[in-house]
Ligand binder design. Structure first.
Ligand SMILES: Cc1cc2nc3c(=O)[nH]c(=O)nc-3n(C[C@H](O)[C@H](O)[C@H](O)COP(=O)(O)O)c2cc1C
Length: 333
């Protein structure tokens, strides 16, 4: 599994892994510009509450890695950036920690980010009532505040020896969500949670849903490149629910559940549109991979530029707070 994790990192750094024919859909919306804004840029308040913690900006570092040697560096640099900027962080899948104690070190970030919102991670395909004690152990060990469960049937189907049996997974999600004792967030990995999936979640006690839609990193492309060294199924690589659409569908179906917009969020303007369209926070994964390998300063700089752009977006549309941004909404282009 360690080798596979390393291949994922290498392919995500150098491979052609973004969607080809599908975009997030945010280009179809415009944030209303207001030449007579009455805000002061330095006093724009981006703070928000998410999963019981206060964030200085509505941003999460997306779930990426853990287990491989390089993952320790990546996670610590990302966590340092999260701590400096007051944003949240999702860890990569902790499955490897279930039976490999040494892997825990690559997830250990609490010493550099003592107060940051930290979200653990496991796959829906691996989620059974039997793993609950092990899950508790690995979440406690990293000091997580919550658990993200990733549902990824397309990714697993493209993976060599992937977990392809998702039957009964919804019932198991409901059971574990009700009994785990940690807030549970459900996410995709870049192919999108839309209306059909959201309708199944109405009676599930989820703390949040991360739509992780299409238009950014395509895991059906990543897995093909890891497995074959080439794209053999381009149509599957381009299959997913565009992030803007997934966001609107989940928001409509689950009006009271906090929503994370992710999948192809690349700029502060993307983030501003997603927040104006009803997202509570946004998450960014692959663009942070290279900076996180370079240094904590590089990861911090990337995120700082992103948040600065988001702040200017609020200023330019006359919104001093995120609540006010949501009231402004977006216009269809
Ligand atoms: C190198 C890498 C590793 C990832 N590993 C995980 C993982 O372990 N668990 C998970 O839920 N998502 C994982 N993801 C998926 C991201 O969290 C995210 O949903 C997806 O990449 C789409 O966001 P993006 O377009 O901003 O990259 C990974 C992404 C990258 C780039």
């Amino acid at each position: 599994m360690e080798t596979r994790k390393r291949r994922h990192i290498d392919v995500c750094l150098d491979g052609d892994v973004e969607y080809h024919g599908v975009t997030t859909g945010f280009e179809r919306y415009r944030l209303p510009y207001n030449a007579l804004t009455q805000t002061s840029l330095g006093r724009i308040d981006l703070s928000c509450e998410f999963l019981g913690k206060t964030l200085a900006a509505p941003v999460l570092i997306g779930a990426m890695t853990g287990g491989a040697e390089l993952s320790g560096t990546i996670n610590r640099n990302l966590a340092t950036a999260a701590h400096r900027l007051g944003v949240g962080m999702m860890l990569g899948s902790q499955r490897i920690m279930f039976d490999n104690d040494a892997a825990a070190d690559s997830f250990a970030v609490r010493d550099v980010a003592p107060d940051a919102l930290l979200i653990g991670n496991v796959g829906l395909a691996q989620l059974t009532a039997d793993v609950v004690p092990a899950l508790h152990r690995v979440l406690d060990r990293v000091g997580a505040d919550a658990l993200a469960v990733h549902t990824n049937p397309l990714q697993e189907a493209m993976q060599h020896e992937g977990d392809t049996d998702f039957s009964g997974s919804l019932a198991r999600l409901r059971e574990v969500t009700g009994s785990l004792g940690y807030p549970v967030l459900l996410k995709e990995v870049g192919h999108g949670i839309g209306a059909a999936a959201a309708a199944e979640l109405v009676d599930c006690r989820l703390a949040a849903v991360d739509v992780a839609g299409a238009g950014g990193t395509s895991w059906a492309r990543v897995e093909q490149l890891v497995r074959y060294g080439e794209i053999r199924h381009p149509a599957l690589g381009d299959w997913g629910i565009p992030t803007a659409r997934a966001l609107l569908e989940v928001r409509r179906t689950l009006p009271d559940v906090p929503v994370v917009a992710s999948g192809g969020i690349r700029t502060g303007m993307d983030a501003a549109k997603a927040l104006a369209m009803g997202a509570d926070v946004v998450a960014v994964a692959r663009p942070l991979l290279k900076p996180a390998i370079d240094s904590a300063d590089a990861a911090t700089d990337w995120l700082r530029r992103f948040i600065d752009e988001l702040r200017i977006c609020l200023h330019g549309c006359g919104a001093a707070t995120l609540t006010s941004l949501r009231r402004r909404g977006v216009e269809e282009v």
